[in-house]
Design a protein around this ligand. Sequence first.
Ligand code: 5CA
Length: 432
Amino acid sequence: MRFSNYFIPTLKETPAEAQIASHRFMLRAGMIDQTASGIYSWLPMGLRALNKVADIVRQEQYKIGANETLMSIVQPVELWQESGREQSYGEELLRFKDRRQRTLLYSPTNEEQITDIFRKYVRSYKDLPKNFFQIQWKFRDEIRPRFGVMRGREFLMKDGYSFDLDVDKAKQTYKNVFIAYLKTFKRMGLMPIPVCADSGAIGGNMSHEFHVLASTGESLLFYDKKISELDFDSQNVFENFSELYAASEDKHDSSTCLASESDLAQSRGIEVGHIFFFGTKYTKSMNASVTGAKGEQIYPEMGSYGIGVSRLLGAIIEANHDDKGIIWPKEVAPYQVGLINLSIDNDKCAALSDDIYQNLIKRGFEVLYDDRHERAGIKLADMDLIGLPYQIIVGKNSLTEEAVEIKNRRTGEISKIDRQSVDNYFKDALAG
Ligand code: 5CA
């Protein structure tokens, strides 16, 4: 993508309303635009990063055999009357009336809707287990939306729902999702800390929250430092995690804490995922049963599994930035490489930059090419703010030295690379 074609309204000034780094940088890097309190539009650069994050979430769901669906955003209120949540969910549930005076709601979560779909089509024990997910916008009329996409009113969630024949099978599904979540967050360059949690308005009897450590997080966590040494690929990762202590502030009790004093760490965290096992709460209240092998009626055991996809963008930036801007982990960077031509009026520099750009995109790299007629200082500052993992800097020196500078955004390290070797350099640097 050529910068001159791109819609990326970067800001020099820090917007007054942004209190935390991720919110500041998302606004300054032209990723999002605030429509109303807690409601944002995603501009091209933000949308690319959001899609990268969503793709990783999606791939890990496919790996555990979950069925991707896309449920309607609007639901009839009757579904929520059946489950009893119309009353209990409270003011966060946005209701409105259509022209026939029927009450509709904008989905804050979809347990009722998936249970309704399930009961319409699934009749026999032979059709179980089933695991569904979607990546869909939600609306919750949060009392205090804040920190940009971190606590929005409209936000993108991966919500998943599983149906199993008995409690043991349902707990195995829960475990599979738990492990998939660890892999998902790790692939984004994040170190997740799972903690036991209340299941709140969702209701149920087993629940974990997944937190990413960040000083601006809303929760205070107490956890065993050994968590960060666990092998995520081990067969027993769920059991290994379960043996180590982790609790949020409201649950922490120093008298029952299993971690030794020297192993106990304390840090703030951002909740990026939350999973629940709640048994037959919805299948019973909504009469979603299947017929068993002996003709008996079975109410499937359910779990639901959320990831805050749009919130993850905030969490990733909180964990990866410096005073100049964002430092994208390569797996979720909107582009992998930023190419800057510092001498736009020099024909040879322009030709060299064009050549590098064409060559890299031909080889499948994602490149943002700053070909604007702007001062060098502005271009360099904008590229640092946007925070792509690598920058190729072309200037007059590149012509005499036959080499370009490649800057690693995270380390600041600059290497001089022969023009012919640029694509090989990235093949290595961006591998894995
Ligand atoms: N039905 C379940 C799971 S499918 C559910 O709704 N769980 S939740 O309420 O915990 O939300 C799942 C995830 O969505 C949270 O872990 C959080 O990362 C994200 N989330 C929740 N509320 C917001 C919000 N207001 N803004 C941004 N992300 C949010």
